[in-house]
Design a protein around this ligand. Structure first.
Ligand code: HEC
Length: 140
């Protein structure tokens, strides 16, 4: 192999590396952008539909409504989607059920899940609408 060829090959290699990183980093920022958008929307949905029971800080209200800041459900987005949409049925006497949120759209559920996961679940990637749709189809 002559010097020119070798240089050209090295050039392709470097170009290849940069284009791979270029693509990766633009995917990354797309994802970050979406996570931010969902978080901001999700915060508002939380304030309107959830905070009256679980409170702004997620600490809940005395014995009436549980704190959710340590919820294990944040790592199970499908279960969480079903809980938010359909609520819980509780027949234990001193245990209040959580009401359904049938008015929330799939996108809004994805947004509020994103908010919960990022705020309290130590997650940094949004939940997409498809995941919510799948979770809710499964329920029916
Ligand atoms: C009327 C009060 C009320 C509202 C409004 C409400 N919740 Fe709840 N939530 C509850 C109660 C009560 C429970 C416990 C239910 C159970 O264990 O059967 C609960 C449980 C939960 C849990 C599970 C906590 C755990 O055990 O890990 C999560 C997460 C949650 N709620 C999130 C939400 C979100 C998100 C919203 C808004 C879309 C919301 N809740 C709206 C009362 C409420």
């Amino acid at each position: 192999m002559n010097k020119g060829n070798r240089l050209r090959q090295a050039g392709y290699f470097v170009f290849g590396i940069f284009s791979v990183f270029g693509t990766l980093s633009s995917c990354q920022s797309q994802q970050e952008l979406k996570t931010e958008q969902y978080y901001v929307e999700g915060l508002q949905i939380y304030q309107m539909n959830c905070a009256n029971c679980h409170q702004e800080n997620g600490e809940g209200l005395a014995n009436l409504y549980p704190a959710i800041t340590d919820s294990k459900l944040f790592s199970n987005e499908k279960e969480l989607a079903r809980l938010i949409k359909y609520g819980t049925k509780s027949n234990v006497e001193d245990h209040r059920p959580m009401p359904a949120n049938l008015n929330l759209k799939d996108l809004e559920i994805a947004e509020v899940i994103t908010f919960l996961k990022v705020k309290w679940g130590k997650d940094s990637v949004y939940t997409d609408t498809e995941t919510v749709i799948k979770a809710l189809e499964y329920q029916q």
